[in-house]
Design a protein around this ligand. Structure first.
Ligand code: HEM
Length: 160
């Protein structure tokens, strides 16, 4: 009597496994990876089997397709594996400029930074995440003003 009902219930429960539920619901936004300075350093082009990442204005780009610029022994290798905002703004490879610090940059340098950020990095390279300092405030609390950059023509490789 109750046995067929129990059987049906069992089959329904069994076939609606957690994995099926997971597959049915797709995230409405792209995943965002948060990089600490230490994590970002792994992607500095020295390890052949890893992609090459570089941050500008706290946005982490996958610059692997620009290997001839950023790879091991390439001319701009110093810029990768870190946030190089200041170096890009000043067009400098001076080690002192390999930082996210924008203190004291001129209006022209900031304008140049924005145009390279938009015209080169956002246009050419997919965004894979953000630096911790862009997402979190200094005390570790979330930065309420954080908004992911819009980059509809790229797809993030699902490698995480
Ligand atoms: C004599 C000095 C330099 C020359 C002749 C030079 C030359 C070039 C050339 C020809 C490109 C374009 C390559 C292409 O799109 O096919 C380029 C791109 C670039 N240069 Fe330089 N460059 C110099 C110095 C610097 C310095 C000091 C920096 C420091 C940040 C720099 C940063 C860049 C960046 C970020 C790109 C864009 C790379 C990309 O598309 O991902 N350059 N450079």
């Amino acid at each position: 009597m109750a046995t067929p009902l129990l059987c049906v219930l069992f089959v329904v429960l069994f076939t609606t496994s957690a994995e099926d539920v997971k597959l049915k619901y797709k995230a409405s936004t792209k995943p965002v990876r948060l990089f600490t300075e230490e994590e970002l350093r792994r992607y500095d082009g020295r390890q052949e089997d890893l992609p090459i990442y570089m941050a500008v204005k706290g946005v982490v780009f996958d610059v692997t397709r620009g290997k001839e610029f950023y790879g091991k022994d390439a001319p701009y290798n110093a810029l990768v594996g870190k946030d190089s905002t200041r170096a890009v703004a000043k067009m400098s490879l001076d080690p002192a400029d390999l930082t996210s610090d924008t203190t004291g940059l001129t209006k022209e340098q900031l304008t140049s930074l924005d145009s390279i950020f938009e015209g080169t990095y956002k246009t050419k390279y997919p965004i894979v995440g953000y630096t911790a300092s862009r997402i979190l405030k200094e005390d570790g609390s979330p930065n309420e003003d954080f908004k992911p950059e819009d980059q509809p023509h790229f797809h993030i490789r699902d490698e995480f």
